[in-house]
Design a protein around this ligand. Structure first.
Ligand SMILES: Nc1ncnc2c1ncn2[C@@H]1O[C@H](COP(=O)(O)OP(=O)(O)OP(=O)(O)O)[C@@H](O)[C@H]1O
Ligand SMILES: [Mg+2]
Length: 270
């Protein structure tokens, strides 16, 4: 596979270079991100323009963003503000019209399709609003699809235990609730121990109580495994669980704030 300068995807994922787990959260949650935290993923001057007939849709209009090691970032913004476009580009599912993208020491700006595939496969866990499980496979088999091809994966059983589904491993998706299916999808996303977890409206299809359970799993994975995590939501109260909150509007960052302390998902109300 031709590799652009700086890309070394044939090297096994160096999970040891990640910081260790965060200290356990205190009664009121963990503290805000340390300013010295190491950047894992960054983009600069990201533009995405869709040409629709005579009209240019500027889905992203100059976004600069850094995701730090171990950080939990929430991306807020109204419908059409560019959240999914941004997350898809950060995760190598889409490419920008212009701008720069960097993961660890890899410059992904001019990465080929093959290189982006390697990047996604090795380093990125995705969680979407709809769970995209394979209906004819059990929970365990859905997770094993990923662990079979990963470099140093968790066992499917371990990943499912992590999301609280130890007792449901041999259930098919149709035998699981929406929240349980989403937790299988999270187990599948994190089973390859990715340094990045990107979630697009992970609670969008769930009721309040189930949404809390799913957020709790995402928050715990971030805290215990040190996975740098970005969560897109429409739902402003969810931002309370973040180390940092970025609000998008019209394809631009409108505001950014760091939290003094993270709320526990169980304490959220919406
Ligand atoms: N494939 C596409 N072709 C043309 N325009 C697109 C395409 N994908 C997205 N857009 C436009 O880009 C803008 C940003 O879309 P995006 O899906 O990123 O928004 P979003 O913030 O995720 O919205 P939502 O909260 O509804 O999911 C929107 O105006 C959308 O219509
Ligand atoms: Mg979206």
């Amino acid at each position: 596979m031709p590799l652009a300068p700086g890309l070394h995807f044939d090297v096994p994922v160096q999970l040891d270079s990640r910081p260790g787990p965060r200290p356990p959260a205190g009664a009121l949650g963990s503290t805000a991100t340390r300013p010295a935290a190491r950047p894992v993923l960054s983009c600069e001057a990201l533009h995405k323009i869709y040409r629709m007939g005579e009209v240019d849709v500027r889905a992203l209009d100059g976004v600069d963003l850094v995701l730090h090691a171990g950080e939990l970032l929430v991306l807020l913004g109204p419908s059409g503000s560019g959240k999914s476009t941004l997350l898809n580009i950060l995760g190598g599912l889409d490419v920008p019209t212009s701008g720069h993208l960097r993961f660890e020491e890899h410059d992904l700006t001019d990465a080929s399709d093959d290189e982006l595939t390697q990047y996604r496969r090795r380093y990125v866990g995705f969680v979407f609003q709809f769970y995209n499980l394979i209906p004819s496979l059990t929970a365990r088999e859905n997770v094993a699809l990923v662990t079979d091809i990963a470099v140093d994966p968790l066992e499917p059983e371990e990943a499912l235990e992590l999301v609280g589904l130890k007792d449901r491993m041999d259930h098919f998706p149709a035998q699981l609730s929406g929240g349980e299916q989403q937790r299988v999808a999270i187990a599948r996303a994190v089973a390859k121990r990715p340094p990045l977890l990107l979630c697009d409206e992970p609670t969008g299809a769930l009721d309040f109580r189930t949404g809390i359970l799913v957020l709790d799993v995402i928050e715990r994975i971030n805290r215990e495994l040190g996975t740098a995590t970005a969560v897109i939501t429409h739902n402003a109260p969810i931002a309370e669980i973040a180390d940092r909150v970025i609000t998008l509007g019209d394809g631009r960052i409108q505001s950014e704030r760091a939290s003094e302390r993270r709320a526990r998902p169980a304490d959220l109300r919406w």
